[in-house]
Write a protein that binds this ligand. Structure first.
Ligand code: F6R
Length: 609
C-alpha cells in the first residue's frame, strides 16, 4: 500500500522522510521517492525496490533541504519503475505530488490536458495527472491551485504537494484515504499513517474527508471542503509502534479481515462505468473473442484455487461456458487439453507462485489466451499474461490469505457477468440485479463485521479440539474448503472439508460424540438437503455449528449454534459466508496461542515447486 511522509522545518527533510518511509515498509511497496525544495527549484529522486536503494540516491549533500515529501509506492496504474514512482512533477518540474489512492477520471483529465495544453506525459500513472493539473492552475498560490485541481478530480485519495516557488509550505488533501498532520517543535509533518511520524511527533490531527491542510514550519491550517478554516483537536498517540502498524488490531490477519468491505468496493466500484456496467480495465474481450473460446481453464493454488472453484460456478452459470478448475501443481504434469480455443485464467495474490507461473507458461505454449487475476502489480504472473485483471486488495501481510480471496471472488463474479452479458447468455434484468446486489456486499459485510461477537465465544469453546469438519453443498462446499484451510494453516487443527452429500460415502465414520461439524447452509435451493445432513451428523453425536442467511430461522431448530450472515442471493453468499469462517479460524488460533500472522512452515509467496 502506498505511504506518504512530508516534513517542513529546520532539519534535513530527507532524513526525516527516509525514517518515516522505513516505518511504513512493513506494508509492502515496490518503489519509493522524495522531492525537496532546493534553491528556488525542486529536486526529485526515486528508486525501485527497497528504501535502502533510495537512501543511496539521496545520500549526497546536493539533496539536503528543510522541506520535502516522500512516498512508497504499491503499483496500481503502471508497472513498478522509477518513472512511475512518486513524487510526480508537472511539465516544468515546479510542482511535485505524492499520492495514495486512485483518481477515477484520470484518463478524462489526461486527455483534456493533452488536447488543450499539449502536455507530454512521462509516466503511466494517475498521479502525474494531478501534478500536471495543479501546474496548469498554478499562479503563485499553491493552496488555490490545489483547490482548483481537486474540484476536478474524482476518486479516493490523499495527496501531498510542494511548489518550487513556495518553499515554505506543504499542501495536502484527504478524500477517502488516510491523512494526518503531525505537530513538531519548529517543524511539522504530514503522513498517511501514524507509524511514519510517531517517533518524532505524538500530537497529530486526523484530517477528515474533503479537508485541505496548509502546513508550514510553525503552523498547520485546516480547511473544509468549502475552503473555510476549521479547528481540530490534536490527538495524542499513546500506542506503541507495533500496534500502530497494525492499525490498532492485534494481528494483520484481523486487520485484513476487516479491510474486506473496502477491498471488494475498490475491486468492483472502480470497474463500473457511468451506467453501472462492468468494464474490464481496457481488457479487450469481445463477443468475437468469446465465440472463439470453447472452454475456460482456471488454475491456481491454495486459497486462490478455492476462489477458482467459485469462478467455475460463476462463469458456467452466468456465461454458460464450460470451466475446468485445476490445482497448478496438478495441471502442469497432466498434459491438460488446452489449445487456442481455451481462455486460461491464472489466479494468484502474489503473482509469484511458481506452480501457477509454470502452468501459465504451459497454457501459453499450447496457444491459450492467458488472463491473470493478480494482486501484486508487475509480478511475474502479471508480466507474462496477455491480460491482467488486478484485485485491488492492497498488500496482504498476514500469511493467511483473506482479503485477497474475497477480491478474487469479486472478480470471478464480474468476469461471469461480463462474459454472460456479452454472449447474451443471461437476461439483462438478471445482469442488472446481480451488479446491484454485488454493490450492496461491502455495506452488508461492514455491517456484519461491526456486530459479530458470537464467533469469538464459539471459538473459545472449541479451541482445544483436535479435529473439525466443514461441510456444505454447491458454493457452500467450496467455501468449506477455504474455511478448513484457514483453520489448519493458522491453528494447526486437523480440519477436514467435504461436500456434504459425500459424507455418507465414507467420511461420516469419523464423526463421533462431540465432534464439531461446521455446516454451511446458505443456499436456499439446497437448504433442506443441508438440514438432512445436520440430522445425519447429529445422529452420530456431532455438535453442529451452522452458517445460514438471516431469515432462515428453520436452521435454529436443528443446529446447536447458528451464525447468521446478511441475506443475499445464493450466487453471492461466498463473499459473506467466508468471513465468519476466517474469524473463527482467527479466534481459535488466538485462543491456542498460535503465531497467527506467521504460521509455522508457511511462506507468503511460494516460489518453490
Ligand atoms: C492460504 C494461502 C495460500 C495461497 C497460495 C497461493 O491462506 O495464502 O494457500 O493462497 O499459496 O498463493 P498466491 O495466491 O500468491 O498464488
Amino acid at each position: 500500500m502506498c505511504g506518504i511522509v512530508g516534513y517542513i522545518g529546520k532539519n534535513n527533510a530527507k532524513e526525516v522522510i527516509i525514517d518515516g518511509l522505513k516505518r511504513l515498509e512493513y506494508r509492502g511497496y515496490d518503489s519509493a521517492g522524495i522531492a525537496i525544495c532546493k534553491d528556488g527549484g525542486l529536486e526529485v529522486r526515486k528508486a525501485v525496490g527497497a528504501i535502502v536503494n533510495l537512501e543511496q540516491v539521496v545520500a549526497d549533500p546536493a539533496f539536503d533541504g528543510p522541506v520535502g515529501i516522500g512516498h512508497t509506492r504499491w503499483a496500481t496504474h503502471g508497472v513498478p519503475s522509477e518513472v512511475n514512482a512518486h513524487p510526480h512533477t508537472n511539465e516544468d518540474n515546479t510542482i511535485a505530488v505524492v499520492h495514495n489512492g486512485i483518481i477515477e477520471n484520470y484518463v478524462e483529465i489526461k486527455e483534456e490536458l493533452i488536447r488543450e495544453y499539449g502536455i507530454e506525459f512521462r509516466s503511466e500513472t494517475d498521479t502525474e495527472v494531478i501534478a500536471q493539473l495543479i501546474g496548469i492552475y498554478y499562479d503563485g498560490d499553491l493552496h488555490e491551485a490545489v483547490n482548483k485541481a481537486v474540484a476536478q478530480m474524482r476518486g479516493a485519495y490523499a495527496i501531498g504537494v510542494i511548489a518550487a516557488a513556495e518553499p515554505d509550505k506543504i499542501v495536502a488533501v484527504r478524500k477517502d484515504a488516510p491523512l494526518i498532520a503531525g505537530i513538531g517543535k519548529g517543524c511539522n509533518y504530514i503522513a498517511s499513517d501514524i507509524p511514519a511520524i510517531m517517533e518524532r511527533s505524538r500530537q497529530v490531527y486526523f484530517i477528515e474527508n474533503d479537508e485541505t491542510i496548509v502546513v508550514t514550519a510553525d503552523k498547520i491550517e485546516i480547511f473544509d471542503g468549502n475552503n473555510k478554516p476549521v479547528e481540530h483537536e490534536a490527538f495524542t498517540v499513546t500506542w506503541d509502534v507495533d500496534s500502530a502498524e497494525r492499525g490498532g488490531y492485534d494481528h494483520f490477519m484481523l486487520k485484513e479481515i476487516n479491510e474486506q468491505p473496502k477491498g471488494i468496493e475498490e475491486t468492483l466500484l472502480r470497474r463500473l462505468d457511468e451506467d453501472g456496467n462492468i468494464k474490464l480495465d481496457g481488457i479487450e474481450l469481445t463477443k468475437e473473442d468469446l465465440d472463439k473460446i470453447n472452454k475456460v481453464c482456471i488454475v491456481a493454488c491454495g486459497t486462490a484455487y478455492h476462489a477458482g472453484l467459485i469462478g467455475k460456478y460463476a462463469i458456467e452459470k452466468m456465461a454458460k461456458i464450460p470451466v475446468e478448475v485445476d490445482i497448478a501443481s496438478e495441471f502442469r504434469y497432466r498434459d491438460p487439453f488446452v489449445d487456442e480455443k481455451t481462455l486460461f485464467i491464472a489466479i494468484s495474490q502474489s503473482g509469484e507462485t511458481l506452480d501457477t507461473l509454470h502452468a501459465l507458461r504451459e497454457a501459453k505454449r499450447k496457444g491459450a489466451r492467458v488472463l491473470s487475476v493478480v494482486n501484486v502489480v508487475g509480478s511475474s504472473i502479471a508480466r507474462e499474461s496477455d491480460d491482467v485483471f488486478y484485485t485491488w486488495a492492497g498488500p496482504e501481510i498476514s500469511v493467511a490469505s483473506t482479503k485477497a480471496y474475497t477480491t478474487q471472488l469479486t472478480i470471478m463474479y464480474m468476469l461471469g457477468l461480463y462474459m454472460g452479458r456479452l454472449r447474451g447468455a443471461i437476461e439483462e434484468s438478471y445482469y442488472q440485479r446481480m451488479v446491484s446486489e454485488l454493490k450492496e456486499i461491502p455495506a452488508k459485510l461492514a455491517r456484519y463485521l461491526e456486530k459479530q461477537k458470537d464467533v469469538k465465544r464459539i471459538a473459545d469453546r472449541f479451541h482445544r479440539d483436535n479435529e473439525m469438519f466443514f461441510i456444505g453443498r454447491g458454493l457452500d462446499a467450496s467455501v468449506s474448503y477455504e474455511a478448513s484451510l484457514k483453520m489448519k494453516e493458522i491453528s494447526y487443527i486437523n480440519s477436514f472439508a467435504i461436500a456434504a452429500g459425500e459424507l455418507k460415502h465414507g467420511t461420516i465414520a469419523l464423526i463421533d460424540q462431540g465432534t464439531l461439524v461446521v455446516v454451511l447452509a446458505t443456499q436456499d435451493a439446497l437448504f433442506e438437503k443441508m438440514l438432512s445432513n445436520i440430522k445425519e451428523v447429529q445422529a452420530r453425536g456431532a455438535y453442529v455449528l451452522a452458517v445460514a442467511k438471516e431469515g432462515d430461522t428453520e436452521v435454529e431448530k436443528q443446529a446447536d449454534e447458528v451464525i447468521y450472515i446478511p441475506d443475499c442471493p445464493d450466487e453471492l453468499t461466498p463473499l459473506l459466508s467466508v468471513v465468519p469462517m476466517q474469524l473463527f479460524a482467527y479466534y481459535v488460533a488466538k485462543a491456542r496461542g498460535c503465531n497467527i500472522d506467521k504460521p509455522k512452515n508457511l511462506a507468503k509467496s511460494v516460489t518453490v515447486e
